[in-house]
Design a protein around this ligand. Sequence first.
Ligand code: SF4
Ligand code: SF4
Length: 179
Amino acid sequence: MQSLSNRSKLVSNKKLSFMEKLYIPVILGGMWITFKHLFRKNNTLKYPEETKKFAPVYRGMHVLKRDEEGRENCTACGLCAVACPAEAITMTANEREKGEEGLYREEKYAETYEINMLRCIFCGLCEEACPKEAIFLTDRIVPTNFERGEFIYGKDRLVEKVDARIDISARQFTGKRKI
Ligand code: SF4
Ligand code: SF4
């Protein structure tokens, strides 16, 4: 039979020798392999006391950015939701009222904006699609929870706080994305 991978092996029907029937050499060989691992460097981490250093391109929890004046960048254009392959993003738009110029950068803004973190595959396509540099993926981890509803992240958890900005500049490779 032709093999696509050339890795197939013919199974041998050879009779076991006396030593092979004892199984002791094979058992000892296995124990030797286990013993050698006792002295090898441990590859596991004692999380959460120890954490692994993330790659600069790690894509974790999203942030909805504000501009230098603290106004929300998102204009609820919906491009991120359209680009999302997991259909994890939903939003409703509203028009900026007089007097809200300090809250929202443009005339239209996202009244609600939600990401279902259980659906999200952290592909980063929402970040790529956004024309307003409003949404970015960060190196923050989405915390675990026992309730499914807790994984629907609204603006209260996505929009960065005015007094606790999230610096994503080191993660953005092109000048276009530096904010
Ligand atoms: S990272 Fe990907 S899957 Fe997650 S919300 Fe953005 S586009 Fe959707
Ligand atoms: S995050 Fe960006 S792409 Fe998504 S609705 Fe807001 S402005 Fe549009």
